[in-house]
Design a protein around this ligand. Structure first.
Ligand code: ARG
Ligand code: ZN
Length: 874
């Protein structure tokens, strides 16, 4: 059954209060629930009571204290319906049994590593008790949790703890948690287990004392310090930048090792995949530290954008996710380097969201129909959703944007809202009509923006004609023109910004040209010298820009643009041009463009006045996925891979002495610190290492081997290992063995070891990955392990996944089918590695299609996998 946005109806009944009594047992957990219900005034009378429920064993049902007879309710595998309920407030009590140990889907209440925990978003609460499990039913929850003391000495719930104690005469104890803020069921959480913890405190702007706790596997407490620090910085930042204060006396975070996604923003009790909490110099890379910081912030920021204001229905998912990603991106920009963060985010957007948006799984930021909502926690909803907010800010300006946000917080606090509600606040705050802007939420596909520049030096004029088109996507053959904010500048010969000295028609607003029709021209006059237009500064709109600027102009931008994003972009565009030439059979090796590119990279790379992290990004050429996206059709993954390797080798060779110099200069003899400045030096040095070893040979091997052996932190250790994995040979084997020996009992760290071996592009990759699936430390039941090995192979090793013999596809399909019986959500994720199968050359396309059809044709598929398989085949 398909669910449609246009079919939305308010719930028949509202639940004002929920009282839960949960007795934790590994295989027989008893859940008693008492719901205070009333008919929804927005619904006609006599509506039946409809409660969701899945995998629940019913022990008792009572309405207003009276047991219901079997004839008075209907149970199906989807829930419980009671036709005759009073037309006034009433209570419903249910008692059910559930089995947390058998819950391998990791939705609802399950046990991970001996710890009881929950995941209720999107529809997991119905696997705990009968309930109208939809986000527009907001209730106040009181939860009593009981367990054997030895089994679960720590008992955590949402809100504040109101009491706790022993159950007399038994080996059991209990805790009662009360959350005064009405919330939807997907924000419910509980945890029970034998956990270590660290504690801290935070005083809010208005003086509220908040007790902070992070709970982790015993013995790993030290690895949670960085997360705690990130949490306190997030809390302060949200006060300072968005005026949002925390609202309970306690804020707890729990790290668990089996988790389908990154983390979850349950009210007052965030539950995390442990990879986004645990970090130490020895076990985590700089990138891991940055992810911990970003995810901690993201989940914390949900307290306002998601929890205090939630979503009316799941079609509105971007309302909380796009906005919260935007907020965490801004946080990171303020904590670290804004320019670097922007470049990294755009790289991610292009490699994930653009790819999704141009394939069979493309969907709007706000989808209009779904079969399985879990399949819509996508790059489009999250990352493009954040871009939409960024554009809103660019179009309205920071002041109107801030007024709109404040209005949103004021008018919708405590409610379940829609995208319309959100936009209405910004219309009010800015007095601007956002009807056309709203197309960003409903039209899928990445707009193409063509810019044609016509400069007449003799007349001192420069005209740019912009033309947009939005490609057709599944279910959307025809599109309307969108509004695109195009931030721009004119770069003079000396790099100065020429905008202030020229005339512009129409005038720019804060350096932004708004393209709101298919085609428009902007005209500059009074230019005293030749200018190079710098278009789409800061990547002001998520589009594919194609311009007629030549490589010389691009290299001027690369050398001089005051916008760091466009400096990076320009250099990468020239690299991409050279790659496209190479892979289409032309030989750019000795071309003037290549020579100029090498010179430009040498200059930026060696410029000690620039942020090393920025230079690291400049010196990281496009990868297979980037080139595949640009080629766009009939892709031969081998040719793509060769082109990418060729450029890396060429840069390694031609930039050799510059790179060696940078490598020496940025070595550190300070003790490791994860801060952005220290990390930037390592990033630069490791980017340089990666190019240096691309030349291959014994020198490369000894450099990489040395890098590995000397590493005193995980960032450098991994950089060395990755470099070695490209070179193969006995030094790599030794390093892999050394790495395994150090971390054999730390599966989270071993994930890196699995991944390096999964993504090395040599011919043996698939055999190796198959062998590793039988490794004693590998487990199909653990999502991190599966992603680290099978997922990394399918999405991080394009040349071997797309083997010509189709074995990569068959391997993935086999694992999807195996996994589907245990954990459909994870299986569906893995299957979406096929999302760009249609761009492949005919032979591979056929092989991929066959595997997708094999999956789609299986009996007993989960809704999750069936949905992805069928949409992929389109
Ligand atoms: N709301 C969580 C986050 O973004 C993601 C939870 C998704 N869970 C799921 N089962 N689909 O932070
Ligand atoms: Zn989120």
């Amino acid at each position: 059954p398909r669910i449609r946005l246009s079919d939305y109806r308010p719930p028949n009944h509202l639940v004002d209060a929920v009282e839960l009594d949960i007795r934790l047992e590994p295989e027989r957990t008893q859940v008693r629930s008492r719901l205070s219900l009333r008919p929804n005034p927005e619904r006609p009378g006599d509506a039946p009571l409809v409660l969701d429920g899945e995998d629940l064993e019913i022990l008792a049902i009572m309405l207003d204290g009276i047991p219901l007879a079997r004839s008075e309710f209907v149970v199906s595998d989807r829930g419980l319906t009671i036709a005759a309920v009073p037309d006034r407030p009433f209570t419903l009590e249910t008692t059910v049994l559930i089995d947390p140990s058998a819950n391998t889907r990791l939705m609802g209440l399950y046990r991970s590593n001996g710890v009881y925990c929950t995941q209720c978003e999107a529809e997991g609460f119905r696997r705990i008790t009968f309930f109208p499990d939809r986000p527009d039913v907001l209730s106040v929850y009181t939860t009593r949790i009981e367990a054997r003391k030895s089994d679960a000495p720590v008992l955590l719930g949402n809100g504040n703890r109101s009491s706790a104690g022993d159950v007399p005469g038994t080996d059991r104890h209990f805790a009662i948690w009360h959350d005064p803020f009405p919330k939807p069921s997907y924000l419910f959480a509980l945890v029970g287990g034998d956990l270590g913890r660290i504690v801290d405190g935070f005083t809010t702007q208005s003086g509220r004392q908040v007790r902070l706790g992070i709970y982790v596997e015993k013995g790993k407490e030290d690895r949670a310090r960085y997360a705690m620090d990130a949490l306190k910085r997030s809390m302060r930042w949200d006060e300072e930048v968005f005026g949002r204060e925390y609202d309970l006396d306690v804020f707890n975070i729990v790290a668990v090792s089996d988790f389908n996604m990154g983390a979850m923003e349950n009210k007052g009790l965030n539950i995390f995949n442990d990879r986004y909490v645990l970090a130490s110099a020895e076990t985590a890379t700089d990138h891991d530290f940055a992810s911990v910081e970003a995810v901690i912030a993201h989940e914390y920021f949900h307290n306002w954008t998601g929890n205090r204001i939630t979503c009316r229905d799941w079609f509105q998912l971007c309302l909380k996710e796009g906005l919260t990603v935007f907020r965490d991106q801004e946080f990171t920009s303020d904590m670290r380097s804004r320019a670097v963060k922007r470049i990294q985010d755009v790289r991610l957007l292009r490699s994930h969201q653009f790819v999704e948006d141009s394939g069979p799984l493309a969907h709007p930021v706000r989808p209009e129909t779904y079969r399985e909502i879990n399949n819509f926690y996508t790059a489009t909803v999250y990352e493009k959703g954040a871009e939409v907010i960024r554009m809103l800010k660019a179009l309205l300006g920071p002041d109107a944007f801030a007024r709109g946000m404040n209005l949103y917080f004021k008018e919708h606090d405590g409610r379940a809202a829609t995208v319309e509600d959100f936009l209405a606040c910004f219309e009010k705050a800015s007095r601007r009509d956002l009807t056309q802007f709203k197309l960003w939420y409903s039209q899928a596909g990445t707009p193409e923006l063509a810019a044609s520049v016509d400069q007449r030096a003799a007349e001192g004029t420069l005209e740019i004609t912009f033309e947009q088109s939005v490609p057709a996507t599944p279910g959307q053959p025809k599109k309307e023109p969108m509004v695109l904010p195009i931030a721009m500048g004119l770069v003079g010969e000396d790099g100065r910004d020429m905008l202030p000295e020229v005339k512009c028609e129409p005038a720019l607003k804060n350096g932004v040209f708004e393209l709101d029709r298919q085609r428009a021209t902007i005209r500059f006059s009074g230019l005293k010298e030749r200018a190079v237009p710098s278009l789409l500064r800061g990547f002001s709109a998520p589009v594919r820009l194609v311009s007629n600027l030549g490589s010389d102009d691009m290299l001027r931008l690369g050398a001089l643009d005051s916008d760091p994003f466009n400096r990076w972009q320009a250099l990468h565009a020239v690299m991409m041009k050279v790659l496209l030439d190479h892979q289409s059979g032309r030989s750019p090796e000795g071309s003037p463009t290549t020579a100029d590119l090498v010179a430009a990279l040498a200059q930026v790379g060696a410029d000690e006045a620039l942020d090393p992290a920025f230079r690291a990004l400049v010196l990281s050429p496009p990868g297979d996925t980037d080139l595949t996206r640009e080629v766009g059709h009939d892709v031969d993954p081998d040719a793509v891979h060769h082109a990418v390797e060729w450029l890396r080798e060429l840069l390694g060779r031609q930039l050799g002495s510059t790179l060696e110099d940078i490598y020496r200069r940025h070595a550190s003899n300070e003790p490791y610190s994860p801060d952005a400045t220290s990390a930037a030096h390592r990033a630069l040095r490791n980017a340089v290492l990666s190019l240096l070893v691309a030349t291959g040979g014994d020198d490369a091997t000894s450099l990489a081997g040395e890098h590995y052996r000397r590493a005193d932190n995980m960032t450098d250790r991994m950089a060395g290992l990755l470099a070695l994995s490209r070179l193969r040979g006995p030094v790599l084997d030794e390093a892999l063995e050394d790495f395994y020996g150090r971390f054999r009992d730390d599966t989270l760290v071993l994930d890196k070891w699995f991944t390096v071996q999964a993504i090395a592009p040599d011919e043996d990759a698939l055999d190796r990955v198959e062998r590793l699936t039988g490794h004693p430390r590998f487990a199909m039941s653990n999502p991190n392990r599966v992603r680290a090995l099978v997922g990394a192979f399918a999405s991080g090793n394009p040349v071997q996944f797309n083997r010509k013999d189709g074995r990569g596809y068959a391997f993935l399909a086999d694992h999807v089918l195996k996994l589907d019986r245990q954990n459909p959500q994870l299986a569906a994720r893995l299957l979406s590695s096929f999302r760009s199968w249609r761009v492949l050359e005919p032979q591979r396309r056929e092989l991929a299609r066959r595997e997708l059809e094999r999956v789609a044709g299986m009996d007993g598929l989960s809704r999750d996998v069936a949905d992805i398989a069928e949409r992929s085949l389109g």
